[in-house]
Design a protein around this ligand. Structure first.
Ligand SMILES: NC(=O)c1ccc[n+]([C@@H]2O[C@H](COP(=O)([O-])OP(=O)(O)OC[C@H]3O[C@@H](n4cnc5c(N)ncnc54)[C@H](OP(=O)(O)O)[C@@H]3O)[C@@H](O)[C@H]2O)c1
Length: 269
């Protein structure tokens, strides 16, 4: 059964491609084992889907109305005989983004489907995210989330869950995925200080400042504002939860932030 990995070079997709080495990786930069795929170029959908029966779907990034691009893809996928779709959604609800709910509804109309709803990725403290940039450049984690907690999860654990759901018995439903503990940004800074031996601190900013940090990465204004507003929700306790779902699916506990930091010490240095 051919499995297509959209976002197969990203934070969850790369470890997933290692777990499923026969899968076809979709990327804007094709190469050996990689097929060209670009959400902004629908002519890439059909060739990428040839012979595919299951797909991992990382939706278009920084897009408040993803169905604009995903609807034609799902139509092509159905025509190509794709039966199973595993969608990477989010446990963190983006304020003012009803298009995300529509995406979940449409994916669940596929013959077999599952929606992963992970909490914040531990990988955000590595490169390629404003959080990691602040850590690397100034030994600080910048947020507007105060002491609010969230159930940080290792993207490798999300990938391991996705691998099971893509290749095992027909999955269904939504899977709320967190790590083993709920931690605030100041608590993450403490863990990182302890593991790296550096003095890493949390710098509290306003929601407007945090929004500006996202906007400065080139994100559309509305999406940056939605991500900034997420911090207000975290601050108010909206994301303070852990689930046992990952452990139940994987048959082992998901990685803690301390274990993650130890495993990524070289990248954190
Ligand atoms: N970060 C978090 O804390 C968090 C928490 C919960 C949920 N999520 C969700 O996770 C998803 C992934 O977020 P992420 O920041 O971790 O990104 P990521 O998966 O690391 O994103 C990069 C991936 O997207 C692909 N990509 C980028 N633009 C593309 C395009 N135009 N067409 C096709 N593929 C494209 C890239 O492929 P190429 O460059 O190879 O083309 C790469 O594989 C998002 O939907 C987000 O909502 C994130």
């Amino acid at each position: 059964m051919t499995v297509l990995l959209i976002g197969g070079t990203g934070k969850t997709g790369r470890p997933l491609s290692r777990l499923l080495p026969a899968a076809r990786v979709a990327s804007r930069n094709p190469g050996p084992g990689r097929v060209r795929f670009d959400w902004n170029d629908p002519t890439t959908f059909r060739p990428a889907l040839a012979g595919v029966r299951a797909a991992y779907l990382v939706p278009p990034l920084a897009e408040l109305e993803p169905m604009r691009l995903v609807a034609p893809f799902l139509a092509e996928a159905t025509a190509a005989g794709v039966r199973r779709v595993v969608l990477l959604g989010s446990l963190i609800v983006l304020p003012g983004a009803p298009g995300v709910d529509e995406l979940v509804r449409e994916v669940r109309r596929m013959p077999e489907s599952a929606v992963l709803r992970p909490s914040g990725f531990m990988q955000n403290v590595l490169g390629g995210h404003p959080l990691g940039d602040g850590l690397r450049e100034h030994d600080e984690l910048v947020s507007a989330a105060g002491d609010g907690r969230l159930g940080w999860i290792d993207a490798d654990d999300i990938a391991a869950v996705a691998a099971r759901l893509l290749t095992g018995p027909a999955p269904e439903g939504e899977h709320l995925l967190t790590g083993p503990e709920s931690l605030s940004y100041p608590e993450v800074a403490e863990v990182l200080s302890e593991v790296t031996g550096r003095r890493i601190r949390h710098r509290a900013v306003s929601v407007a400042e945090r929004t500006e940090i996202f906007r400065a990465t080139g994100m559309p204004d509305a999406f940056a504002a939605a991500l900034g507003a997420v911090d207000a929700g975290i601050r108010d306790g909206a994301e303070d939860c852990t689930t046992t779902t990952a452990a139940e699916i994987l048959g082992r506990p998901p990685r803690s932030f301390r274990e993650f930091a130890r495993a990524h010490l070289a990248e954190l240095a």
